[in-house]
Design a protein around this ligand. Structure first.
Ligand SMILES: Nc1ncnc2c1ncn2[C@@H]1O[C@H](COP(=O)(O)OP(=O)(O)OP(=O)(O)O)[C@@H](O)[C@H]1O
Ligand SMILES: [Mg+2]
Length: 157
């Protein structure tokens, strides 16, 4: 599935549309260059899930976790992680399997460490704030999630 965003706000709204479809345990992997809009997207998700307070980039923390109405939002950024072994130190697998919803920026740095079941979202920058957003499901549940997201985004467009 392909979507287009023309502004940071629109990317946040697309995140909010996806949030409406999330179920406990869902994992979304966000790929795209520096500044593509991955964190903006998660900020839209967080707002829609009722996270209060600021959602910042987890570039230095690797993982930031927020409480929200539906449980827990886990926000990973693997950009600065040097090796896959370091994932153990942050309890990566336990967190993913802990029943919250999880977003992983820069997942494509560690392809072997992606779970069996996830929705991949790739953001590509164009000119003048345009971003193309491509969603690729990697499981039956992710197909469902992707279809729901497309429907909600269309309804709200
Ligand atoms: N259509 C758009 N969608 C998202 N962000 C946009 C868009 N147009 C412009 N921007 C700007 O691009 C920047 C995106 O920053 P953001 O931190 O979300 O990127 P990122 O992909 O998380 O980068 P990093 O890999 O460094 O974590 C913001 O400054 C935002 O205002
Ligand atoms: Mg980011």
């Amino acid at each position: 599935m392909k979507l287009v965003s023309h502004s940071a706000e629109e990317t946040k709204r697309l995140g909010a549309a996806l949030a409406a479809c999330l179920q406990p345990g869902d994992v979304v992997v966000l790929n795209g260059d520096l500044g593509a809009g991955k964190t903006q997207f998660v900020q839209g998700v967080a707002e829609a899930l009722g996270v209060t307070g600021e959602v910042t980039s987890p570039t230095f923390n690797i993982l930031l976790t927020y409480d929200c109405a539906s449980g827990v939002l886990n926000h990973f950024d693997l950009y600065r992680l040097e090796s896959a072994e370091d994932l153990d130190d942050i309890g990566y697998w336990e967190v993913l399997e802990g029943g919250g919803v999880s977003f992983i920026e820069w997942g494509d740095k560690f392809p072997s460490e992606m779970p069996d079941d996830y929705l991949e979202v790739a953001i590509t920058s164009g000119t003048d704030g345009v971003r193309s957003i491509k969603a690729q499901p990697h499981s039956t549940r992710a197909q469902e999630l992707c279809a729901c997201w497309g429907q909600v985004a269309e309804e709200r467009a």
